[in-house]
Design a protein around this ligand. Sequence first.
Ligand SMILES: [Zn+2]
Length: 269
Amino acid sequence: MIEIVPFNEDITCVKTATEQDGSAIMFVYAYLVRDALFDTGCANAVDAIREFARGNEINQVYISHSHEDHAGCCKVFEGKAAIYANEPAQKALRNPPQRTEFFKFVWGQPEPVSDLNIMPDRFSIGDLNFDVVPVPGHTMEMVGFYEPVKKWFFSADAVPLPSKKRIAMPDENVPQMVATMEKILTMDIDILFDSHKGPVESPQEHIQTRIDYIKEVQQEAQELHESGKTIEEIQETLKLEGPWYLEMTQGRFGIDIFLKSVLFDKVVS
Ligand SMILES: [Zn+2]
């Protein structure tokens, strides 16, 4: 399913999701900025995105990272628009990882794309000028797009959706996510265009809440770890519970992965 929500004269929110019993399982936002599209929506919305592309002039596509909810519909634009992605993302776009049944159901399986361009350090859309900003942590290659005059930041998945992040993916580096959020807090931003929350105005408190929670869990986990507790015991002591679907992710998300990351991963960039 798709929902098109105009935000201002330059930006349109393009929300896609898989529909279940008439409502969205979970929305992901792509953003149309004049004739450029930031991310392409989830793979299960490919027909809706194809129709959207027919009705709108889209000449450039900028991909934040290769996850199937962000790069899921690149195929629609191949040969029709210039698709930009950095090298690690390109690798996954050319040869998308095979997703399990659960993720095929939630987001869909992207088709391979080969007509790709290297992500520049900055680009313009008319008189809007964007810096491409590395936002590592959720994935190490992820980038955001910053317009310093408008004070807009398209942050992809840099800021976790839940205020209390308790699950992580094996590729996620949670301390790095915190460092990235702290970097975002130093930027002059009026509107954060989050990929799952949508536009967040004056986002500083929204971001700080998420940093504070992770740091609190990290500190408590460290103390328990130093006292000899196992990951399982730490999880029990801190009463960390996952969402209902956690088992169904078959290890793509885990509370133990989150705890190991906050305890042992290092900030690398
Ligand atoms: Zn992602």
